[in-house]
Design a protein. Sequence first.
Length: 209
Amino acid sequence: MPYPKIPSLRPSLLRMHRTLLKIEGKHNWIDGTNPLSQFEKIVLLLEDRRFFNHLGIDWMSVIREILRLLTFRRHGGASTIDMQLFRTVSNRYERSIRRKVREWVGVLFMQKRLSKVQILRLYVEVAYFGTSLIGARDGAKALFPDLFLDDEYWPDLEKLNLDQAAQLAALLVYPKPRFPSADWHAKIRRRADYGIALYARYKQKFDQC
């Protein structure tokens, strides 16, 4: 009887390395020393509130989702920002235990090369924000074109006010479709309002990061 194959990390790590090199070459690396922006804080509050307290895997969320699965409740949402970054740059999206194990091991490798702030900033540079929108800057230009008329190559996300930052962060859950509908706009509004409420409550949470 053949033994089960151990998932190979090599292809995923090579793809991740090529993507990181491409981003480094294009943007002179992602600074991990500047304070977090309003937008980055809202992304953390909406996507991964314990981001700075785990090493890529939020075991509290994993246990919560297992309990939900065992009690036949709606489950999903245990992926951390680290895991989402690894999944995106390695281009592996299949739903399987092998992929999840590969992801868990991969993020541990990623922690050795990158700081947590760099991981966050890389994630928003490569995440999907909608049709033909890769990265937060593409998303920002699509949502608020008049705000970035003079920033063709490198839009300054610091220009976003709190509400605009929250709407942009909402695209990570509800990416902008080619033809936005009233229902999509309503979802973005609800998600943005939730992000603003979280920011008002926890805005000091990441100030020391």
